[in-house]
Design a protein around this ligand. Structure first.
Ligand SMILES: [Zn+2]
Length: 438
């Protein structure tokens, strides 16, 4: 976890890279290389003995990136590793230059954009130089929304984007038996996606499917690309008092967190951007928050409704940390147009909860509970969406065409026409298409 001073630290480091004389003249060393690969980014992390003065540039024909490290030696063994291949990276080689400097060459399969920064030691790693090799966007767009006329045959699914927090170089919270938050939330996220994909009319996507870091803004952008109707960010909590336990559900607060603890937690989760990447994308936060105030109240109501439903269901399978849904200023929840919640699945710092969070059985229970919460929300708040897209509805006991029509604010004849129904009979379990309202 990170302290408040980190933002300042990064600013200093960035200016050091530019102005340079602050670096100590003594020899530095590189002791390891780690690679993380995301769909549009390959991250190269060098473990260094202390902040190193460096220059990074691209060359083409063939595409490669050169990293010149001043006053630095590199343990040659790490370059012999045949595993130094991932994403766009085809291999790493290097040589001593001018007796005291070192040049690393990253051979690439395609042209990239480079972003690099130094990171201070954390619980797990020492000083690091992080180099991001960014390729062009590869996230596929969902199919364009069909018009009402064509929609009779193909309805638009209700899209849930699931966001497992942290990843890659950022482990998130770490339990007493070294269980990582990033691993637990990915496991629950995958189970949740599988559950949701079993529901008629629903489709789930994950912001990350593997062990790599995504900046917070990027996670929101992925949700927007998939035209998400709902965004669920998954995390696990930690506290220095190991007795503290229980799950919590959060919605975004514009006007400050509902409790001091919520404020503290938001700071901690938002700080992950400073671990995973310099939060350059957050520069316009002030402006963004002003705009959010204007456009977000409707989404906030929907988020609160969703959060309450999920909270009720989690209560059935887990202890809860709080008596009700909390509010906090999580960056990742700031999509003005997508109802968003953040679920802290439990305290990974509590030995008993660390064990259960790490067990496939409990992960499955949590995924099922969240799915039930999502379904309850979906049933209740389908109306607004129907107006835009039309929707699938599964007939329940006691339903009549007129009761369904009333619920969705459409006419009975529209429902009949859209589903080619002759009479008024409905069968429980039948999927009806509710046409878009005018
Ligand atoms: Zn987290």
């Amino acid at each position: 976890m990170l302290k408040k001073t980190l933002g300042i630290f990064i600013t200093i480091i960035l200016s050091m890279v530019v102005s340079t004389p602050v670096f100590s003249a003594s020899k530095k060393s590189v002791s390891g290389i780690r690679l993380w690969s995301a769909p549009d980014n390959t991250r190269v992390v060098l473990d260094i003995s202390k902040p190193v003065e460096h220059k990074i540039f691209r060359l083409s024909g063939p595409d490669r990136v050169v990293i010149d490290l001043k006053d630095t030696s590199v343990n040659k063994k790490i370059l012999k590793n045949s595993m130094l291949k991932k994403g766009v990276l085809k291999g790493v080689r290097g040589a001593v230059r001018n007796k005291k400097n070192y040049r690393l060459v990253l051979d690439l399969s395609e042209k990239v954009k480079i972003k690099s920064f130094l990171v201070k030691p954390n619980e797990k790693y020492g000083h690091r130089l992080v180099v991001d090799l960014q390729t062009s966007q590869k996230v596929k767009k969902t199919e364009p929304v069909k018009t009402a006329k064509k929609a009779v045959a193909k309805q638009r699914d209700f899209v849930v984007v699931i966001d497992p927090g942290h990843g890659g170089e950022d482990p998130g919270a770490v339990g007493p038996s070294r269980v990582y938050e990033k691993k637990v939330v990915l496991a629950v996220g995958k189970k949740l996606a599988a559950q949701i994909n079993k529901q008629p009319g629903m489709k789930a996507y994950l912001t990350r499917k593997g062990d790599y870091y995504l900046p917070l803004r990027k996670r929101m952008n992925i949700a927007r690309k998939y035209q998400a109707d709902m965004f669920i960010s998954l995390h696990a909590d930690a506290f220095r008092d190991k007795r503290v336990n229980g799950a919590s559900v959060y919605t975004l607060s514009n006007r400050g967190a509902s409790t001091e603890a919520a404020k503290w937690l938001a700071k901690k989760e938002n700080a992950s951007d400073l671990v995973g990447g310099v939060s350059i994308d957050d520069k316009d936060d002030m402006l963004a928050s002003v705009l959010l105030d204007l456009s977000q109240s409707a989404t906030l109501d929907a988020s609160t409704d969703l959060a309450r439903n999920v909270f009720k269901e989690i209560k059935k399978v887990s202890k809860l940390h709080t008596k009700k849904v909390e509010k906090a200023g999580f960056v990742v929840l700031k999509s003005p147009d997508i109802p968003s919640i953040l679920v802290e699945l439990g305290y990974i710092s509590n030995p008993r909860e660390e064990r259960s969070l790490n067990s496939s059985k409990h992960q499955f229970k949590l995924a099922k509970a969240i799915t039930s919460g999502v379904k309850r929300y979906y049933k209740k708040t389908g109306i607004a969406r129907v107006k835009q897209y039309g929707e699938q509805y599964v007939v329940a006991r006691g339903d009549t065409i007129s009761s369904i029509a009333k619920r969705y604010k459409v006419s009975t004849s529209d429902i009949k026409r859209a589903n080619s129904l002759k009479g008024d009979r409905l069968r429980v379990g039948d999927a009806l298409f509710i046409p878009a309202g005018s």
